[in-house]
Design a protein around this ligand. Structure first.
Ligand code: SF4
Ligand code: SF4
Length: 64
């Protein structure tokens, strides 16, 4: 299980990048993307996915 970023909604603010405990979020071709192989949905680290928690755009960091 992993989260994804809905590219059409992302404002490329960068807030999520440094909140991810697994460094799963990076800027690729001027868009933020989540590496599904690194995303744990923050299980065991936080009580909710941190990217979704900090994202200012509702519904942009969502379960893949
Ligand atoms: S859900 Fe957690 S582990 Fe997955 S990308 Fe978001 S912050 Fe990183
Ligand atoms: S916090 Fe949300 S709007 Fe900002 S870069 Fe991440 S996904 Fe995009």
């Amino acid at each position: 299980m992993a989260y994804k970023i809905v590219a059409s909604q992302c404002s490329v603010c960068g807030a999520c990048e440094f909140e991810c405990p697994n460094a799963a979020i990076s800027l690729k071709r001027e868009m933020y993307v989540i590496d599904a192989s690194k995303c744990t949905e923050c299980a065991g680290q936080f009580d909710k996915p941190q990217c979704a928690a900090v994202c200012p755009v509702e519904g942009t960091c969502v379960p893949a």
